[in-house]
Design a protein around this ligand. Structure first.
Ligand code: MD3
Ligand code: FE
Length: 212
């Protein structure tokens, strides 16, 4: 990949969580998923399924389907229940890293199996574009794609490992990014913790002002 610098405002903290810390966050996420199971989302208009399975915690969740398109809503589309609260461990992480007084109100949970990918995109739906985004990687390694402000800008590949934290704000908030794929079997964290098929979980903490 091209030798491009990471954008200003983009922070990669390799190995932020040690093995025990990773297990502890995963225990919290398993409790969330027991109440709000992973589900399959679909692209607006085409209804094409997303390969990444998702769920949410917080006041709002990010959902998409053929009829309704991308949006934030307070209920799980399958169970009809409100999303569970964001685990306090993650609220503390947000405060510690960003210094923000206002907590995040959305935690998107992405699950990647061996085939899952997330195409190059911008996260621009949030109405609080000035708020940072904090992400935690758990399980198998991923090849993260970091582009620029334009879709045509060169893309840099960054390997994310279990326990890594990536967070960004300011100018980096609107850069194009994606996940090219995972490296199946590169971590035993998820299988050790009872996720039968391994894979990767990514958590993103965000703040939105209102449902869209
Ligand atoms: C850099 N998730 O959920 S997390 C997403 O690994 C998403 O599941 C990826 O992109 C994943 O929208 C990447 C780290 C991340 C999240 C949002 C960003 C990095 C970002 C927005 C702008 C720039
Ligand atoms: Fe994104």
């Amino acid at each position: 990949s091209e030798a491009v610098d990471l954008p200003p405002g983009f922070h990669h903290l390799p190995g932020f969580y040690d093995a025990a810390g990773q297990r502890s966050i995963l225990v919290d996420i398993r409790a969330v998923l027991a109440d709000a199971p992973l589900f399959q989302q679909a692209m607006p208009k085409t209804g094409a399924p997303l390969s990444v399975k998702m769920s949410n915690a917080g006041t709002f969740g990010w959902v998409t389907d053929r009829e309704g398109g991308y949006r934030y809503q307070s209920r799980h589309p399958t169970t009809g229940k409100q999303w569970p609260p964001i685990p306090s461990s993650l609220l503390e992480l947000w405060k510690k890293l960003t210094g923000e007084v206002i907590p995040p109100n959305l935690c998107l949970i992405n699950f990647y199996d061996a085939e899952a990918r997330l195409g190059l995109h911008q996260d621009k739906g949030e109405s609080s574009l000035d708020a940072p985004v904090v992400s935690v990687s758990l399980g198998d390694d991923a090849t993260f794609l970091v582009g620029g402000m334009s879709r045509k800008d060169p893309v840099r590949r960054l390997r994310l490992h279990s326990g890594d934290v990536v967070w960004f704000g300011g100018p980096a908030r609107l850069i194009y990014h994606g996940v090219e794929g995972i490296v199946p079997g590169s971590s035993s964290l998820l299988t050790d913790e009872g996720f039968a098929d391994g894979g990767r979980i990514n958590l993103t903490l965000r703040r939105i002002d209102r449902p869209s």
